[in-house]
Design a protein around this ligand. Structure first.
Ligand code: AMP
Length: 170
């Protein structure tokens, strides 16, 4: 029988030479494993005291929205440039392979005070750090990160001033 680990496929040199890209999308083709994963993510102790989840564009949305449903928590999103209408707050960050920025809708953010971040993968930690800084600049509390995969050699969690729970650490 297949396990969660078997469904995380590594692509060498994608999207750039030297990157070992971990593709999590095959999880979605295996509903039993996907469901177990979501149950495990949703049982995270970080969620208990969080008012809301914030999930990160784009694969974070897949896991974040399933966790939001399972845990009955509201969810807001952090999106890449040019995607969000209305008043937004934006911050730049460095990726494992490039530069980007993330934005959050101000009106959505105003409604909640404490958050758990959900994403598919923690690499260098730059992306999650960007979201947490955006939140903390608005005096919001970040209680933790729940991620499917953590690339432990990159030590992304050392950049973060809150706990990390990863379902798989490679
Ligand atoms: P980082 O900011 O370096 O922690 O990168 C995390 C974000 O970039 C996540 O949203 C991932 O989806 C994506 N990412 C970075 N490195 C990889 C990788 N090796 N494989 C798959 N996704 C990655």
């Amino acid at each position: 029988m297949k396990k969660l680990e078997d469904l995380i496929i590594t692509y060498k040199d994608f999207p750039k030479k030297g990157i070992y890209f971990k593709d999590v999308l095959e999880i979605l083709q295996n509903p039993d494993i996907f469901q177990n994963l979501i149950l495990k993510m949703s049982s995270s102790k970080f969620l208990k005291n969080a008012e809301a989840i914030i999930s990160i564009d784009a694969r974070g949305f897949i896991f974040g929205s399933a966790v939001a449903l399972e845990s009955s928590k509201p969810m807001i999103v952090a999106r890449k440039p040019g995607k969000l209408p209305g008043q937004i707050l934006t911050r730049e960050y460095d990726l494992e392979y490039g530069k980007n920025s993330l934005s959050i809708q101000s009106n959505a953010l105003k409604k909640f005070n404490s958050f758990v971040i959900v994403d598919d993968l923690l690499a260098t930690g730059g992306t999650v750090n960007c979201v947490s800084r955006l939140l903390q600049d608005q005096r919001k509390e970040v209680l933790g990160l729940i991620t499917v995969v953590e690339l432990k050699k990159l030590e992304g969690r050392l950049k973060l001033d809150f706990p990390v729970q990863s379902m798989i650490s490679v």
